[in-house]
Design a protein around this ligand. Structure first.
Ligand code: MOS
Length: 775
């Protein structure tokens, strides 16, 4: 994902009017009955009991199992593929290679670069070479191993820091430079001249791998020329679009279903090669095919958060006024254009008021699997640099880190053309109320006192952030059906990626229709039966879908009240819907049960339609954040124990306090992984291959790594300009400041700036030993 695509990726414009009525939609809620309360998920029982059918649970009659042969080299040419023996193996029903009929397809790696689906030039370890479908997964894997491939092994480069060296092998014919992006405002040199303290520092963040609990994959089934795909995805319509375009089919012939999915974090925003390969195998075998990747395959080929090498120079006056930022960054999206530096500089450009800013980002190719958007693309990396720098600047001028940030709060976006105003910015409240609730000043004093005693020292740190998107926008269509017995069906295309989307949408419909959320039956994420939605991502699912659901519910309610008005012989404007009964606002005795309304009885169902209208013109909807943490460092071992965390988040209205807090806890946990444990390890010198292939060698944070106390402090500023529910996005901002807050706490505890992730005992122990030697 790329910032130039902000307009299309996260907030496509729609010519459709928002219903109901003219203007920008319904007035904000005054008092809510359901929205904002803490509600367990409407599908909690299904999820917890195992009754929920995830795509990886789907078993169809006659179903085969697919497996993909992947290139074992980081860089190689496929000279010959011999599948003769594999085809004769027991249980094998289909083999597909690049020369199979119908397999000569084009795969779009990015909008700019397309290659063959089975590209004979394999530019990363894990590139697809051939595939098999067999009666059992074991037979499929045995057959994959029986396919003989002749490779021309080529020299590789898997270290982005070496990619532009003249001696580095070329990943693409045109060289290893993807592109450079530059941004400038003001006069950076003048800014540094005006500064009273200037600091400069290099930072590095390691490549992180998406690790959703449910692996990537699908089940594909043909009925004549119609294709049905059950896919673990963030967006069924995105999958439909790509499958139809790659296979050259009409959209209407491709049905994609994804009722449940077990996590993605940006890595399942589109169809994978595996989706197409499953469809090809299924067509060849004339039977449905289930094709899910192994964990190793997802680590090789299903995406990552790019590694970034950053340098930041910053100037500040003694009163805390920021005068200049000069930022540069090198990153890699792997072997294809995949946003190796996308949005890494966004926080430097836009989080704080600063008149003079220059950024330069260089994206390079290496022989490794392509990156994918990963929860707040670019932002945790940029925050790692910027927020550590803010901490250092504060110390340089003898100012409290919270006060330095408070001094530089913008009310408009400086990085966007025309400097549009934010609809709301709760950054000040996040900082002030967060610091107060955390007990920032007292904790800092306590941690300073702890440093005179023994080898266990306390440290306290904080960081702030914003997420550049998160405001949602069109298109989205939702249908609400109200049946004659008063029960309600909510029909929407959006996926619930584990964040509680279905629950929040049921609450919105329940709010308007005067029923309990459990009364709302939801159909979602099926291109065959549910309405159009963009993929659930970009922290835009609630701000996009909730106003649409509200519009659809209001449309249904308007029709219902009109029907009731006929029976009651009253003006529909005087009527209210309360718990299954339509009541006159003027005369409580005038009422009629929904089940008694004659026109509804006759028609059987009311169909309410809602469309997502545009966001306000010349405004930016962004969520804001501040996080605070207290840690303990063992100066003998370099171990860091997280004691407590507090996340203060302005994401507009809180829709469901339970799922809200879950997001905050989950985002902080993920940020802990980014800062402290997660590293993709490639063998840089010998083989170029992935070394961290599994959950033993790729370290995810576990229950032992998260603090015992995580406090979620919503800064609830209802954003009435943003949309008709007042909610902004939450999923991504919650993971942005976490890493830098930890690094700042480590500095507070030890006086050591850990500029490179991960902050693990190996690294910190070494730094502490070095410091002891110096000291
Ligand atoms: Mo997100 S990284 O748009 O799922």
């Amino acid at each position: 994902m790329d910032k130039s695509r902000e307009g299309t990726y996260y907030a496509q414009r729609s010519p459709l009017p928002e219903t109901p009525g003219p203007g920008t939609g319904p007035a904000p809620w005054q008092k809510t009955r359901v929205v904002g309360t803490a509600r367990p998920r409407v599908d909690a029982y299904e999820r917890v009991s195992g009754a929920a059918l995830y795509p990886s649970d789907i078993v169809l009659p006659d179903m085969l199992y697919g497996a993909i042969l992947r290139c074992p080299h980081p860089h190689a040419l496929v000279k010959r593929v011999d599948a003769e023996e594999a085809l004769r193996m027991p249980g094998v029903r289909a083999v597909v290679t690049g020369s199979s009929p119908g397999a000569n397809l084009t795969w779009p790696y990015s909008p700019e670069v397309s290659r063959l689906l089975f590209d004979p030039h394999c530019r990363f370890e894990g590139e697809a070479v051939a595939a098999v479908a067999a009666e059992t997964p074991y037979q499929a894997w045995d057959a994959v191993r029986a396919i003989r491939v002749e490779y021309d092994v080529l020299p590789f480069v898997v270290d982005e820091r070496r990619s532009l060296e003249t001696s580095a092998p070329r990943v693409h014919e045109g060289g290893n430079r993807v592109k450079g992006e530059a941004y400038e405002r003001g006069n950076v040199e003048r800014g540094f001249a005006e500064a009273e303290a200037v600091l400069e520092q290099s930072y590095r963040s390691e490549c992180e791998l998406h690790t959703p609990m449910e692996l990537h994959g699908c089940v594909a089934k043909w009925d004549g020329d119609r294709l049905t795909i059950w896919e673990s995805t963030q967006g069924v319509y995105r999958v439909q679009e790509r499958v139809a375009s790659v296979l050259g089919m009409p959209l209407a012939k491709v049905r994609v279903i994804g009722h449940y999915m077990g996590g993605a974090f940006g890595s399942k925003l589109q169809a994978g090669k595996y989706t197409i390969i499953a469809a090809l195998l299924a067509r060849r075998a004339g039977r449905p095919v289930k094709l899910f990747l192994t964990r190793e395959e997802t680590y090789l080929a299903a995406g990552n958060r790019p590694p970034n090498n950053m340098r930041l120079k910053a100037g500040v006056k003694k009163d805390g006024t920021l005068t200049a930022f000069d930022f540069s960054c090198t990153g890699t999206g792997g072997a294809y254009p995949a946003g190796g530096v996308a949005l890494v500089d966004w926080l430097v450009r836009d989080l704080y008021t600063c008149p003079n800013v220059r950024t330069e980002c260089t994206d390079v190719y290496i022989n490794a699997g392509p990156a994918r958007p990963f929860r707040a693309p670019g932002h945790p990396q940029g925050s790692w640099a910027l927020e550590q720098m803010l901490d250092a600047l504060a110390e340089a001028i003898g100012m409290d880190p919270v006060d330095l940030r408070l001094k530089n709060i913008p009310n408009h976006s400086q990085a966007r053309a025309g400097n549009p105003r934010y609809t709301t910015t709760g950054l000040r409240q996040c900082l002030e109320e967060g610091a107060k609730a955390f007990g920032w000043k007292e904790a800092r004093r306590r941690s300073a006192a702890s440093r005179t005693r023994g080898h266990l020292v306390r440290g306290v740190g904080m960081a702030a952030g914003l997420w550049f998107a998160g405001g949602g926008g069109p298109p989205s269509t939702v249908i609400v059906r109200l049946f004659a017995d008063g029960s309600v069906n909510l029909n929407m295309g959006a996926s619930d990626i584990g964040t509680g989307t279905k629950t929040v949408m049921a609450m919105v419909a329940a709010e308007e229709l005067g029923v309990e959320p459990e009364m709302i039956e939801i159909e979602n994420a099926d291109t065959g039966t549910t309405q159009y939605a963009t993929a659930s991502g970009g922290s835009k699912t609630v701000p996009t879908e909730a106003p649409t659901v509200r519009a659809a519910a209001l449309d249904a309610k308007r029709q219902l009240l009109a029907m009731a008005a006929e029976d009651l012989r009253l003006d529909p404007g005087d009527l209210r819907l309360e718990g299954g009964t339509v009541v006159s606002a003027r005369d409580q005795s005038k009422r009629i049960k929904v089940t008694e309304i004659s026109a509804l009885k006759k028609r059987g169902v009311i169909v309410g339609v809602g469309y997502r209208g545009p966001n306000p013109e010349n405004r930016v909807v962004n969520p804001f954040a501040a996080q605070f943490c207290e840690i303990e460092v063992n100066t003998r071992t370099g171990e860091v124990k997280l004691i407590r965390f507090l996340g203060a988040h302005d994401s507009g209205r809180v829709m469901n306090r339970l799922t809200y807090d879950s997001q905050v806890i989950g985002g902080i946990t993920m940020g802990i992984g980014f800062a402290m444990t997660e590293v993709r390890v490639l063998d840089r010198s010998q083989t170029g291959k992935l070394v961290s292939k599994n959950w033993h060698d790729y370290k995810l944070p576990t229950a032992l790594d998260v603090p015992g106390e995580v406090v979620s402090l919503p800064i609830e500023i209802e954003d009435v300009e943003a949309n008709s529910t007042g909610a902004k996005g939450l999923g991504e901002p919650v993971t942005i400041p976490t890493g830098a807050a930890i690094a700042n706490a480590v500095y507070d505890a030890t006086g050591i700036r850990v500029t490179d992730t991960p902050i693990d005992p190996m690294r910190l122990g070494r730094l502490l030993a070095g410091k002891r030697k110096e000291g």
